[in-house]
Design a protein around this ligand. Structure first.
Ligand SMILES: O=P(O)(O)O[C@H]1O[C@H](CO)[C@@H](O)[C@H]1O
Ligand SMILES: O=c1cc[nH]c(=O)[nH]1
Length: 358
């Protein structure tokens, strides 16, 4: 009996040794492949606040993190994709989808950890090089998150991260369940700006999105195989879901059904395909930092036909996967393109974002 125990212990120790040697070898091979490339000294983000350098530590209050107690380059330095959407649940589901897509494996006794839990505002999951963040509703909420995520990318010295919003939206003249990729984010006055007030003055920032990224995402749609259509067009970003999007079912309504129809027809005529509430802020903040970004959303209603979202919860969660799938294809392609000759088929653990479930 005692002999058995000893044997078991020796086997465990041996296994552990082999595992850590394997890891070490993997690191060495990666190192050799990289040659003498030095780790980057700065992130590739542009135009950020020069005073960030003096903040020691920099507190990312709403994420519940700070640069003093966390090693940002070590934890977030490998991030290449930042995906965002309104709800924590959607982004957790997306994180799991990405884990499968990249053949990453979580130990059965662990679950994905919400890294922003201490901030009690947003959810943040990290799966290898992919960050998945929830942003709440509207421009003010997403812009707070973006300030903190962009600072995170900066402190972590991230190289060319791509930001993608994976949203829901109100389609205009589109069959519900259609995936809509935003070509231009416009405000309620159809201007390509995100407008804010700074020191009592109105400030406008261009809400440019990356056209190449938009086209690349579109090219990943498969009209023969996909059970949904994917289209590209302009998005009108509003500060409100009800009056801002000319609904007749809000608590207040000072316009008529005919004026609503005329307004929507006018938008259609100008190439607008959907409404959302974050695209201008998202586009403006990312482009100010020189970060490539795109917005991919699922239409959950056709506003030409009504105002209330009537699709069942099951139908909505089914639809929710569609833009996620497109983005997952993009990430997979970008990752495999880069690692064609590397051992990506090997299943890897994802330790930084996992926590014990027991
Ligand atoms: O589904 P998400 O991504 O939250 O986005 C859309 O849904 C919310 C309104 O229901 C707004 O935030 C709008 O932009
Ligand atoms: O109609 C809709 C649906 C989702 N999100 C919006 O902003 N509007």
């Amino acid at each position: 009996m005692a002999g058995n125990c000893e044997l078991n212990r020796d086997v465990c120790q041996l296994k552990e040794l082999v595992r850590s040697q394997g890891k070490q070898l993997g690191r060495l091979v990666r190192h050799m492949k990289m040659g003498c490339k030095k780790p980057p000294r700065e992130s590739t983000l542009k135009g950020l606040n020069p005073c960030l350098r003096c903040l020691q530590p920099d507190v990312l209050y709403h994420l519940g993190m700070d640069t003093g107690s966390m090693n940002f380059p070590k934890i977030f330095g490998d991030v290449r994709f930042v995906c965002m959407g309104g709800t924590p649940e959607r982004m957790e589901r997306f994180a799991h989808m990405i884990m499968k897509e990249l053949s990453l494996k979580l130990h059965p006794a662990t679950k994905l950890r919400n890294m922003a839990e201490d901030g009690h505002r947003f959810a943040l999951y990290k799966v290898g090089p992919v960050l998945c963040a929830s942003h709440g509703m509207g421009g003010p909420s997403i812009s707070i998150l973006l300030h903190e995520l962009l600072k995170m990318m900066h402190h972590a010295k991230c190289q060319d991260p791509v930001f993608i919003r994976i949203g829901t939206c109100g389609g205009i003249g589109l069959e519900p369940g259609t995936v809509a990729i935003t070509s231009e984010a416009l405000d309620g006055m159809l201007r390509p700006y995100h407008e804010t007030i700074v020191q009592g003055k109105v400030v406008q920032h261009s809400s440019k999105l990356d056209q190449c990224l938009t086209q690349e995402l579109l090219s990943l749609a498969d009209p023969c195989e996909d059970e949904f259509d994917t289209v590209v067009g302009k998005t009108v970003c509003t500060n409100d879901f009800y009056e801002g999007q000319t609904r007749l079912d809000g608590a207040f309504c000072d316009y008529t059904n005919p004026s609503k129809s005329a307004y929507l027809q006018g938008l259609l005529g100008q190439g607008v395909i959907n409404f959302d509430m974050e695209s201008t802020a998202f586009a403006a903040l990312t482009s100010r930092a020189g970060v490539r970004s795109a917005v991919v959303s699922i239409t959950i209603i056709n506003r030409m036909e009504g105002d209330q979202v009537l699709a069942s919860r099951d139908r909505l969660s089914e639809w929710e996967k569609r833009p996620q799938e497109l983005v997952a294809r993009y990430i997979r392609k970008a990752m495999l393109g880069q690692d064609e000759d590397s051992d990506t088929d090997e299943q890897e653990d994802v330790p930084p974002c996992a926590e014990a479930d027991i």
